[in-house]
Design a protein around this ligand. Structure first.
Ligand code: MD3
Ligand code: FE
Length: 201
């Protein structure tokens, strides 16, 4: 499909996944979460994050008092499950790249979860784009600048939306201010799942 909107260099594909595809993806994620359950990473200051995380692929993102990094195994010691084929198809479609992502980070936001403004800088090659897939409740997504300061713009992401962050947008500050509880019926217990696809090394 065609992109629907570009905001600060981030390309949005609103409604990329129809309701049937969203449900198929949730079903695939259920198996991943069974093998690699959600956990709450700690910030480097030892405070648990409000977002719960797990991952699929060669690497998962991990954080504790030692800092932010990619790890080849879930905290339980198991290797991360494979990235679902439909997610790899989506990545290929929106990026046009032959290179596959190394990490599909799976973020779960309950009613009170948020993610502060940050840059994604733990990867080796910033010429590789980041792709985000939203499922479940709506989320207020904030985009800033490559510099920490300056004006920001916000947009609601809804279930089935895909965002591609490439080029100059790859290093901009971004975050999730809040979710809108009850705005989607996709996830039986409510909340929002965001998949973030990244090339790591
Ligand atoms: C990269 N996740 O996990 S979507 C993250 O909805 C993260 O869970 C948010 O930021 C979420 O690191 C946002 C991914 C995203 C959005 C904007 C970006 C990645 C980006 C802008 C620049 C670079
Ligand atoms: Fe991020």
């Amino acid at each position: 499909m065609q992109k629907t909107l570009t905001i600060r260099g981030a390309d949005l594909y609103q409604g990329y996944l129809d309701p049937e595809a969203q449900q198929a993806l949730v079903d695939a994620l259920r198996e991943i979460i069974r093998a690699a359950p959600f956990f709450r990473p700690e910030t480097r200051w030892g405070k648990p994050m409000s977002v719960r995380m797990t991952a699929a692929g060669r690497y998962g993102w991990f954080s504790d008092r030692k800092g932010y990094r990619y790890e080849p195994r879930h905290p339980s010691g198991v290797v991360w499950p494979a990235i679902p084929a439909m997610v790899l198809d989506l990545w290929r479609d929106v990026t046009g790249l032959a290179r596959e992502p190394d990490c599909c980070l799976i973020n779960y936001y309950g009613a009170d979860a948020k993610m502060g403004m940050h840059q994604d800088k733990d990867e080796a090659d910033f010429s590789m784009p980041v792709v985000s897939i939203s499922l479940g409740d709506d989320a207020l997504f904030r985009l800033g600048n490559v510099a920490r300061s300056g004006a920001t713009e916000s947009i609601w992401l809804t279930s089935g939306d895909v965002v591609v962050l490439g080029g100059d947008a790859r290093l901009i500050h971004h975050g999730i201010d809040r979710v809108r509880p009850g705005s989607s019926q996709l996830l039986p217990k409510g909340g929002r799942i965001n998949l973030t696809l990244r090339v790591v090394d």
